[in-house]
Write a protein that binds this ligand. Structure first.
Ligand SMILES: [Zn+2]
Length: 354
């Protein structure tokens, strides 16, 4: 919590004369300060956490127990619930449960509840990282591809070795290229309108099984495409194809994009020039530029989110890429947009690693 002012005025007059707002900024789920007690974990066993049966609010210090502790009133919606039998406890003379101070969920602002099966769509997922790299002419020439590859190499080196850490890589220009991470084999997906994933196996593999091969591949991607004259990018189709590869496990898709997605499903057009003329026409028209161009990406993103695929997009560009449309994907899937504009191969790669 942070206060907007560090001296609290002793009268209302003083506050209004000061012209300063008196408020608290509260950040839920903030990282605890090292001097604070760690957040406690509460395990209700198979029945899961006690919750209000009407609004599904979780048990917390402000729920009021009544009737000798047999019932509780939800502080969020006011509904009265029966206390589950094995959670019953008598009330003290002060009206609080006698065990309130021993139960973190009844005396702490923040606790972790152990989630039961009911809270999961599937078993806890492995940590899957899929990297999608733009290898169109512009990306290669500005050094963005090389920067992405070297950054990925560095972060992969830090990934935990365990059997549940998995990685995959694809590159994209006007077609999509998947890589078998166990054998040196590139698989090209030429159809960027009806996308598929070429292999069921070995596109996403345990990082411990492919570390060396992966590093070699990342080293060679910039040279493999160095003479490319393909300016087009099938960005959306490639994201869709990567999603299909990840669909069984869910995971994180990290996309490194340098140009406007121009071909295949979800292709975008340069709205920038149109926007400029609209700015003179009136602000209302210009605002359209802040809205996504069409619904295709949104529909895709909703499907990604259903399968717990989160997309981060690293935009390393020197031109217009229509972030308003692209950002729908990270926004809908709980990911982030990282924007490096104008991209510099000298100073930006280090930032991506962080
Ligand atoms: Zn409630």
């Amino acid at each position: 919590m942070r206060c907007t002012i560090n001296q609290i005025p002793c009268t209302v007059d003083l506050l209004s004369t000061s012209g300063m707002p008196l408020a608290l900024l509260v950040q839920p789920l903030a990282l605890p300060h090292p001097s604070e007690d760690p957040v406690q974990v509460v395990d209700f066993g198979e029945s899961g956490p006690v919750r209000c049966s009407r609004c599904k609010g979780y048990i917390n210090p402000f729920m009021k127990f009544i009737d000798q502790g047999r019932q509780f009133i939800c502080n969020l919606c006011g509904f009265t619930d029966e206390t589950p039998r094995d959670y019953h406890c008598n009330l003290g003379p002060d009206g609080r449960r006698r065990d309130a101070d021993e139960r973190p969920e009844l005396c702490r602002g923040t606790v972790e509840f152990v989630a039961t099966k009911e809270y999961m769509v599937r078993d806890p997922m492995p940590a899957v990282y899929f990297f999608l790299i733009d290898v169109s002419m512009h990306a290669i020439q500005t050094g963005a591809t090389a920067a992405a590859c070297s950054s990925i190499s560095q972060v992969i080196a830090d990934l935990p070795e365990g059997p549940r850490t998995m990685v995959g890589i694809a590159t994209v220009d006007s077609t999509i290229h998947f890589y078998n991470l166990k054998r040196p084999l590139m698989l090209i997906v030429p159809d960027i309108h009806d996308v598929y994933t070429p292999l069921q196996t070995d596109v996403i593999v345990q990082v411990s099984e492919c570390r060396q091969h992966l590093e070699l591949l990342l080293d060679s991607i910039p040279t493999m495409f160095q003479n490319s004259r393909i300016a087009e990018s099938a960005f959306s189709a490639a994201i869709k194809a990567a999603f299909l590869a990840m669909k069984n496990t869910g995971g994180k898709l990290l996309v490194f994009q340098s140009v406007l997605p121009s071909v295949g499903i979800g292709a975008l057009s340069a709205r920038e020039a149109e926007g400029r003329s609209n700015i003179s026409a009136g602000e209302k028209e210009a605002h359209k530029l802040l809205q996504p161009a069409d619904k295709t990406l949104k529909e895709m993103a909703i499907e990604f989110a259903e399968y717990q695929v989160c997309v981060d997009v690293f935009i390393t560009t020197q031109t217009y890429v229509d972030i308003a449309s692209i950002s729908v994907i990270p926004k809908t899937t709980g990911g982030q947009v990282y924007y490096y504009y104008p991209f510099s191969a000298v100073s930006d790669p280090a930032k991506a690693v962080q």
